[in-house]
Design a protein around this ligand. Structure first.
Ligand SMILES: C[S@@+](CC[C@H](N)C(=O)[O-])C[C@H]1O[C@@H](n2cnc3c(N)ncnc32)[C@H](O)[C@@H]1O
Length: 353
């Protein structure tokens, strides 16, 4: 903060100004970080097809509401609370009668969302929020009883990606963390310190189909062997960039960007055991759903979608689900146009017999 002298000769602190209409850093975007206060700015940003800082735009809202067919008096669960956009719409459908449970592993965003929803009038009489991994869905069901509807919108929220301190994005400097719950497990930086080259190749290939897995893994392991720990997002990005120098210049920048996206995603899946917890969730689902209970799951990459599809098909064959999505539902062209994150989304649903 800068300071000036006022009439009495006393030092006066001047508030840091919003830097123009195109703030570059996350902290400069403080107007957007208070979306309720600066609603006009938020509308303008969304109209341009962007997501305001500190906010997440929920995907396939209408499609999900239609599938879940929520009625007042029912009991349901949002397994991935995030910004609470889907939760809010589900609450509206309950019309203050019934019960909604919501969970998220993230100890940083969860209290913010809880407060926001409370301010909108949704307190413990209708909404119960728990900081919990959705692999523990059975714990919620012990309290809630059979669930009439369940939603899981997998992956990360825009708030998590945009906050450089969480280390989810290669686009800004930050600690190489990538944990959804930074209070548990080990960071991506720690994970890379002890991983073998073969394991890393497998991780990049199996989690994200990275075509340059071999050469990137070799470069990462060689950097660590030289005694250079990879502790920041930009350090990892630089290693990937250098490893891919052999790509012709005409396509190199685009290829590097895609590889960075895939590698960060693969490491994130690993440090958060995303396939393992999704598998546990899918296995426990039939036991927590009421008869006729509906589940909708939004996935963002082929590995997740394969797991969901396989589980739904298995339980359909066994007669546990009476109906499942024949094909995944995709967001409309209009939604993909206004929200680029929607482009990779696939929505599957099932109904318990
Ligand atoms: C795409 S966002 C959800 C956005 C939300 N539907 C909305 O409308 O704002 C995904 C959220 O799921 C959470 N999450 C991911 N894996 C989880 C897990 N295994 N258990 C609980 N929450 C999880 C993340 O922390 C993140 O907040």
């Amino acid at each position: 903060m800068s300071s000036t002298m006022d009439d009495q000769g006393q030092k006066r602190q001047r508030r840091v100004r919003y830097k123009g209409t195109h703030p570059k850093t996350f902290k400069d975007k403080y107007k957007e970080l208070q979306p309720e206060k600066y609603s006009e700015d938020v509308v303008k940003i969304i109209q341009k097809g962007n997501t305001p800082a500190g906010m997440h735009r929920s995907i396939c809202v209408n499609e999900i509401l239609e599938l879940l067919d929520i009625k007042p008096g029912e009991t349901g669960l949002d397994a991935t609370l995030g910004y609470g956009g889907h939760t809010l719409e589900m609450l509206k459908r309950l019309e203050m009668s019934g019960c909604l449970y919501a969970m998220d592993v993230d100890p940083i965003e969860l209290p913010r969302t809880k407060e926001r929803l409370e301010r909108l009038g949704y307190g413990p009489e209708i909404l119960t929020i728990k900081q919990l991994n959705f692999s523990c869905i059975d714990q919620v069901a012990l309290e809630s009883g059979p669930l009439d509807f369940v939603l899981a919108d997998l992956g990360v929220s825009s708030m998590q990606i945009d906050n450089p301190e969480r280390g989810f994005s290669f686009k800004s400097e930050g600690p190489l963390d990538l944990r959804l719950n930074p209070e548990s497990g080990i960071s991506a930086a720690e994970r890379l310190k002890t991983i073998s080259k073969d394991e890393l190749v497998g991780m990049l290939f199996e989690n994200s189909d990275e075509p340059h897995a071999e050469v990137i893994a070799k470069a990462i392991i060689s950097e660590i062997k030289k005694g250079h720990e990879i502790t920041t997002t930009t350090h990892l990005m630089q290693i990937i960039k250098t490893a891919l120098r052999f790509i012709p210049e005409s396509t190199r920048d685009e290829e590097v960007k895609k590889s960075c996206q895939r590698c960060f995603q693969a490491i994130r899946i690993d440090v958060n055991s995303e396939f393992e917890v999704l598998y546990d969730f899918l296995e426990k689902l039939p036991n927590v759903l009421a008869s006729g209970g509906r589940v909708a799951i939004l996935t963002f990459h082929s590995g997740e979608d394969r797991l969901v599809k396989k589980s739904f098909k298995k339980y359909l064959r066994e007669g546990i689900y009476k109906e499942i999505a024949p094909d995944p539902i995709r967001p409309s062209a209009e939604e993909c146009h206004t929200n680029s994150r929607a482009r990779s989304a696939k929505l599957r649903w099932a109904i318990k017999a």
